[in-house]
Write a protein that binds this ligand. Structure first.
Ligand SMILES: [Zn+2]
Length: 495
């Protein structure tokens, strides 16, 4: 009881004194009116148009939209903070993919990769071994035969899996593998062939775009080089007799090709007004890339990424215009990250290689998907332990919500128990890991997520404007506070 009482008193005292000290600078920011719904809408329709073909990282489409952004930033009066006096910071994506000279045969039958057989793991492999069929792979089935050195064929089932998640069809094959992988490695299997069930058949086309593209990372990351691990294949149920053939031999030569190609972060700033504090930065973060051209839904194959993440991209530009109209004491830094969809690569790169002094970045305000769902609701992540790495930054964001848009804030998606693991899926994460105070603004998932239906016409622009206001108000507080937000002493994420 005592501890609680003291804590309550100190919060009240802290709040009132903090407010008295800084009320002059943290009153509603003067340039709120510079953020206009009409600008957000116009910019978003342009950025999420088919002209940019889904802005896939590492393609000319990402470079094209980056050029377009640089022109926008120049027009808004931002100063470039990329390499060599430009708005751009280039970095290399390390990519691995299955080479087209790979081969798979069962007995005398040659299988066509991607059509007859999926190569589910991007790993170099040479397998020649007899197949053993173990039904649904139950423990008693596995105990019945010695699988050591054999290719184990298993009939997939959704038993024991929670498929009540977004885009379950794209995750199903990974979930099935997780049920068996450790057990089969321990038993010394040479490879696994999963036979599709109905869910597997439904997943086949959904996993193809990512499987064919392969693995991505930046230098030094775990996916930068394809590791040698247990090879995994999927076969259609219509071919199940091939693996039931007593003594059938499986032959696979899987080659992985590795290459680099470019992605780019776009970085601009508005200088602060205070002689000392202007050397410090509030970093506003979003990502410019999306998923390019993939599996068609109906007649549409362009993944425009209107909510993900043109919404935040245009919000950042609107906030930049507001800071330009009325700068804060600290400088405002704006980073449109590249290659977020390929594994948060641009933010991983920038957190390690910032183009300003690392210690001068006082907070990272990241947004991802801020224009959909109920008009009155939103979420802030990085609020609840163990995701909270700066209580002071969180307090500024919550106060800003109360003073401005007054969203009802979701509290479930920031929990470690939430099935989506949302905290781990956007660009604040590498910053939090690297010791920058960081929070994540979002209006969460919707059925159009990562499909061609995430389009400009489905955005709630009034809501997008209020989310932009919220991020701006929070950044304004940070920019003008007498002290930079402190880091939590014992911040440690659950994974
Ligand atoms: Zn996103």
């Amino acid at each position: 009881m005592k501890v609680t009482l003291i804590a309550v008193i100190s919060i009240i005292v802290g709040f009132t004194t903090g407010f008295a000290q800084t009320s002059k600078n943290t009153a509603a920011p003067t340039a709120l009116s510079a953020i206009k719904e009409t600008d957000l809408k116009k910019d978003l329709y342009e950025m999420a148009s088919d002209h940019f073909a889904g802005r896939e990282a590492g393609t000319l489409d990402e470079l094209k939209v980056s050029m377009w952004w640089a022109d926008k930033l120049r027009a808004a009066g931002l100063r470039p903070v990329g390499d060599d006096g430009t708005f751009f910071q280039f970095f290399s994506i390390k990519r691995n993919r299955i080479a087209t000279n790979s081969t798979v045969t069962i007995g005398t039958e040659s299988l066509l990769i991607w059509k007859d057989v999926l190569v589910a793991i991007t790993t170099p492999a040479k397998v020649t071994a007899p197949i053993v069929f173990v039904g649904n792979g139950s423990k008693s089935e596995l105990d019945r035969v010695d699988v050591k050195g054999k290719v184990v064929a298993i009939q997939a089932t959704p038993e024991g899996l929670n498929l009540n998640v977004s885009l379950w069809e794209r995750r199903y094959m990974g979930y099935v593998l997780n049920k068996y992988r450790t057990e089969l490695i321990n038993r010394g299997a040479a490879a696994i062939i999963f036979i599709t069930d109905a869910a597997g058949e439904q997943s086949w086309n959904q996993v193809l775009p990512a499987m064919k593209r392969g693995l991505y990372d930046i230098e030094g990351g775990p996916n930068a080089v394809a590791a040698s691990v247990l090879p995994v294949f999927w076969l259609h149920n219509s071919n199940v007799n091939m693996v039931k053939n007593e003594g059938a031999v499986f032959n696979a030569t899987i080659n992985v090709e590795q290459f680099d190609y470019p992605s780019v972060n776009i970085i601009g700033k508005v200088d602060g007004t205070d002689k000392q504090l202007s050397k410090e930065y509030v970093l506003f973060s979003g990502h410019q890339d999306h998923d390019g051209v993939r599996l068609a839904y109906g007649t549409d194959s362009i993944y425009n990424g209107a909510d993900d993440n043109a919404a935040v991209s245009v919000a950042l530009l609107a906030i930049a215009r507001a800071f330009k109209a009325s700068p804060g004491k600290r400088s405002a830094l704006f980073v449109w990250h590249g290659a977020e969809e390929r594994g948060l690569l641009g933010s991983k790169w920038y957190a390690m290689h910032p183009t300003v002094e690392k210690n001068s970045i006082v907070a990272v305000l990241n947004g991802d998907m801020i224009g959909r769902n109920n008009p009155d609701s939103a979420a802030l992540l990085g609020v609840q332990p163990p995701h909270r790495n700066s209580s002071e930054l969180v307090t500024m964001a919550l106060q800003s919500n109360n003073e401005g848009p007054k969203f009802k804030l979701d509290t479930l998606w920031d929990k470690t128990t939430h099935v989506e693991g949302w905290y781990f899926r956007s660009d604040h994460l590498p910053y939090a890991r690297a010791g920058y105070p960081a929070i994540f603004f979002t209006t969460l998932l919707h059925p159009d997520y990562h499909t061609p239906m995430d389009e400009a016409k489905r955005i709630d622009y009034a809501k997008l404007k209020r989310m932009t206001d919220w991020m701006y108000r929070t950044g304004w507080k940070v920019a003008n506070a007498s002290k930079r937000p402190a880091l939590e002493a014992n911040f440690k994420l659950e994974r």
